[in-house]
Every structure is written in C-alpha cells, then in structure tokens.
Design a protein around this ligand. Sequence first.
Ligand code: FNR
Length: 188
Amino acid sequence: MSKRIGIIVGSLRENSFNQMIANTIPELVDTAEYEYVSIANLPLYNADLDHGDGPDSVRHYREVIQKTDGIIIVSPEYNSGIPGVLKNALDWASTPTKTAVLIHKPAGVIGATPGAKGTILSQQQIRQTLDATLSHVMPAQKMYISQVMDKIDSNTRKLTDETTRKYLQRYVQQFMQWIDQVQWLNKQ
Ligand code: FNR
C-alpha cells in the first residue's frame, strides 16, 4: 500500500517559495499519496479552547495528520527561527498529551530562503519542537535550499534547478525509508 504523506508549509504567503518547493515533491517521488495540511485557519493556541475535540479547524487538522504515515514540513526562517504560524500549528498537534497526533509520527524538515544559509537556524528550532512532541524526526539528512528565487519557475510554481531537484528527490526517498524504520520500531 502506498504511503500517505502530509505536507505542512510554514508560510501563508500566496507566492511562497516554500509552497513551490512543496508543490514539486509529488512529481519527484510519485509512489506516495500526498495531502497538503492547511494551517491557515487554526486559532492561536489557547489551552482554554483545547478541550474535547477543540475548535472545528483544529479537529480537522488533527484528523488529517492522524491519517498520514508521516509529515514533511517545508518552512521559511523568520528572524533566525521558526515562523510563528508553524509553531502554533505544531503546538495544536502536540496535545492532548497522551494521544497527540504527532506522537511517534515520522517527520522530515525542509526549508528554502532567498538568503545564503538555507534556513539552518529555523530547521534547528523545528527539530527541537518536533523532538518535544515525541515525533521521530529523520536524523542526519538535511535539506537546506538557499538562493531559492534562482531555482524556481514562478509560472509553474515548481522547483526547476536540476541539482536541487535531485537532492530533494533523494531526501524524500530517504524519508520513505525512514517511515518504514519508524513503523518497524513502533511495532516492537
Ligand atoms: C524573513 N526572511 C528571512 N530569511 C532568512 O533566511 N533568515 C531569516 O532570519 C529571515 N527572517 C525573516 C523575517 C521575516 C519577518 C520575514 C517576513 C522574512 C526572508 C524570508 O526567507 C523570505 O521572505 C522568504 O521568501 C519567506 O518564505 P516564503 O514565504 O517565500 O516561503
């Protein structure tokens, strides 16, 4: 059975470069099913709202993640760190403490920036947050995309730079193997 991958983009911007990178993933590894997980309508995290199933948007968001075999986060870096909208979304997926949808979930992290450093700092924070949620972040492999504006086609809204496409393809293929490893571990 093909794997089901949730893709969370950490930018709400219409012409987001990170969204364009995310748009390219399905054609690079077409053996999986993909679902883009919207985080735009989630309220700001408030524990007073977080009882029962929570607000409808949260319930739907959690259900979508629950049904995936793994999630890939594709996110910009803001002020040397994790964008607030993404942190908010990860916080909503981290509760209830014992049954949260991120527990044991395989996760990958990718980031793109027009800058030179490829979102290294935000990826560190995203990994730290995912660790705290007890998800299983793919270790070792990293996918930093710098000078992204030179690597995309804004008409097709896809990644076009051949070298980066190969790296991205390899990253996602390795992520599929990581899911197998985590699923095996989870059964022990
Ligand atoms: C940025 N940007 C940015 N880039 C970076 O590489 N490191 C950083 O620390 C920051 N900080 C930052 C803060 C804020 C508030 C904004 C709005 C932007 C630039 C950022 O990488 C650029 O706007 C990207 O295009 C954002 O990603 P999307 O929306 O294109 O996916």
